[in-house]
Design a protein around this ligand. Structure first.
Ligand code: ADP
Ligand code: ZN
Length: 637
């Protein structure tokens, strides 16, 4: 469910206006490099000569010790006979300044008269021109090199890198995504429709004097299509789409975040109307009251963001969309009127939504006749759009692996298991006894579900291990999408969950670790019944826990006195005990059925819900009347 939308973004080079700035930077850097190079070169070449005084030179001249002399405009380069006698590699010339007032030409003539090999300064002048040419050429080469580099890196790289940092801002001129690509989410689309209209025609709104919101907050679990929706808004309105992730703002150096924000809005203003999309805004926008561990860098970034949002002129047609799955931790300042004051909920898709999502993603995929997308949609309750997209892709890959030309229903079902339950693991070797235990455990779940009212039909039982760690599982498929559960249904679910352990106990008199996940889920459910759903007789309608994080994992924390918490624990235990006793009773009363189905599963490894029901129906005559007491119904909200 990770957001992986980033691969589809293009990285765009800078807008034209920045080019001048870059040429300037290239010039400066080229010059600096040349100066540095010259300095290093001179230092090295100077060290090839011994520096002497003019007196030293005169002495050498008078003693006839000179071998060669070059007289330049301001210095004399000479080699003594001692040095000249050495190996060429070890020769070391000397130099000295030419004192003002001494005529170099006269000196040279004198030297020639003495028979010393000497050169005039004309050569030195020549080399001056050459070196000017040389520097100019070097500059030109460096300059073009640097400029092409800055271009290629889109203004990033060596220059522009400090405080400019556009690396993480992605701009798409056209997203190519429209509302047709977003399945379901009708309410969200409706709320966004107005924004699209506004981007099409800002004048219509400003003429009346209406102020449109500058921003809207898309709230929903990861993978529900928030990024997709934002892109679709840009696509529908046919405006450019800027996107950046909140975590990009705060990941680097202090002060970078704020300058990135400034930069982002500057760029956006140049191409307005446009959409700015900030993913994971909670990374920058978390509350500054320090409860969630904010820091000064993040605060600075947030302040800049608030400034920019307040600063831009809405009539220009910039709309800021932000996504988060933790709206409750956002700083209140962000949610104030005129900022992200609209909240658009992007929910997990319902049955129809999932079916539509599957349809969208299978549009370009060849499906064989037997494919029934509705069945897949039914099986994937709770899955988000990203899961379904992944599922379809896995199915297509599987079809290719199997050498088929089209995806069939089996591909979809198997990849459903891959995506939801991990891949089938063929090489986990279980001992025969372990296999028996797993088989009875799974049939325990399935039978309790099959024999109880208020339960969802079993669609599949398997004892083929999955990489997720499950040694087997029982899949239940709801007949229709459900939004409410009654207390009876929840109690049946508890019995079903504990049916696995009950079977182990009833048949073998053992308790295995295989039931740990069941127990965890059952406990969670029982606790929710007591603390949140008001379904316990003892505590009644008192809510004793609050959910802190509705859109992420919905974890609840206790919100009551210690004495009550103790009572809650007791009540939870009582509910679990009761469900467990019931499950054991059901299985004991249907022991022969349990044995039959378990042995069958042991051989076949995977059986369908229909096969299970065939056994159950054949056994029906022995089934005792279900004598469950009438219990209170869940209160509708
Ligand atoms: P979020 O930003 O909410 O985490 P994304 O927008 O990145 O989720 O969704 C990831 C992918 O999941 C999308 O690229 C798309 O393929 C798929 N997806 C999610 N929701 C939908 C939807 N409603 N309709 C079609 N595809 C969807
Ligand atoms: Zn189990």
């Amino acid at each position: 469910m990770e957001n992986n939308h980033k691969d589809s973004h293009n990285q765009k080079p800078n807008p034209e206006n920045d080019r001048g700035k870059h040429i300037g930077t290239a010039v400066i850097i080229s010059l600096a490099l040349i100066l540095l190079f010259t300095w290093v070169y001179n230092t090295i070449s100077d060290s090839q000569y011994t520096q002497t005084t003019y007196t030293d030179f005169l002495q050498a001249m008078e003693s006839g010790n000179l071998s060669e002399v070059v007289i330049g405009p301001d210095r004399i380069l000479y080699m003594t006979k001692e040095e000249a006698a050495k190996e060429p590699a070890q020769q070391k010339a000397s130099y000295t300044g030419l004192p003002v007032g001494i005529d170099g030409d006269a000196l040279l003539r004198e030297l020639h008269a003495m028979g010393v090999d000497g050169d005039s300064k004309i050569l030195e002048d020549n080399s001056l021109i050459i070196s000017i040419l040389y520097y100019a050429m070097m500059f030109a080469i460096l300059f073009f090199f640097m400029r092409s580099m800055t271009r290629r890196m889109g203004g990033e790289g060596m220059m522009g890198g400090f405080g400019k940092s556009k690396a993480k801002v992605y701009m798409e001129k056209q997203t190519g995504v429209t509302f047709k690509d977003v399945a379901g989410q009708d309410e969200a689309k409706e709320s966004l429709q107005e924004i699209i209209d506004f981007l099409h025609n800002p004048q219509k709104y400003t003429a009346i004097g209406a102020k449109l919101p500058k921003g809207a907050l898309l709230v929903g679990s990861p993978g529900t299509g928030k990024t997709l929706l934002a892109k679709a808004v840009a696509g529908e309105a046919d405006v450019p789409f800027f996107s950046i992730s909140g975590s990009d703002f705060v990941e680097m150096f202090v002060g970078m975040g704020a300058s990135r924000v400034r930069d982002l809005f500057q760029q956006a203003q140049k191409v307005a109307p446009c959409i700015i999309f900030i993913d994971e805004i909670d990374a920058v926008g978390r509350s500054r009251d320090n409860r969630y561990g904010s820091n000064s860098e993040q605060e600075q970034t947030l302040n800049q963001l608030l400034n920019e949002i307040d600063g831009f002129e809405p009539s220009k047609g910039i709309v800021c969309l932000a996504a988060t799955n933790r709206p409750e931790i956002l700083d209140k300042a962000l949610l104030r009127p005129g900022r992200f004051d609209r909240r658009i909920i992007v929910d997990r898709p319902n049955l129809q939504g999932r079916l539509d999502t599957l349809k969208v993603h299978t549009r370009k995929i060849k499906l064989s006749e037997d494919v029934d997308l509705r069945k897949i949609a039914q099986a994937t309750a709770g899955a988000v759009g990203a899961d379904l997209a992944n599922l379809v892709n896995e199915a297509a890959l599987r079809a290719v692996r199997k050498g088929r030309k089209a995806v069939n229903q089996e591909d979809l079902l198997v990849s459903f298991e891959t995506v939801i339950a991990g891949t089938e693991k063929k090489n986990t070797v279980l001992t025969d006894m372990e296999k028996r235990l797993v088989s009875y455990h799974e049939v325990g779940h399935a039978l309790v579900a099959a024999l109880e009212k208020h339960s969802q039909p079993v669609s599949k039982i398997t004892i083929v291990p999955h990489t997720s760690g499950a040694l087997g599982y029982t899949m239940q498929m709801p007949e229709e999408e459900k939004f409410l559960s009654t207390a009876d249904e929840l109690r049946t679910e508890l019995k079903t969950l504990l049916g696995g352990r009950a079977a182990e106990q009833v048949v073998f008199g053992v308790q295995t670790t295989g039931a740990s996940n069941d127990i965890q889920r059952a406990t969670g459910l029982a606790r929710a019944m007591v603390t949140q759903y008001g379904m316990s007789e003892k505590l009644g309608l008192m809510s004793t826990a609050s959910t802190s994080n509705q859109y992420l994992d919905g974890q609840a924390y206790m919100d009551c006195s210690q004495a009550t918490a103790h009572e809650v624990d007791q009540e939870v235990k009582a509910i679990l005990d009761k469900a467990y006793t019931e499950a054991k009773r059901i299985l004991t009363e249907n022991r022969s059925l349990l044995d039959e189905v378990s042995e069958y599963l042991l051989v076949k490894e995977t059986i369908t819900g229909d096969e299970l029901m065939a056994y159950v129906n054949a056994d029906k005559k022995q089934l005792p009347e279900n004598t469950e007491e009438v219990t209170e119904e869940a209160i509708e909200e």
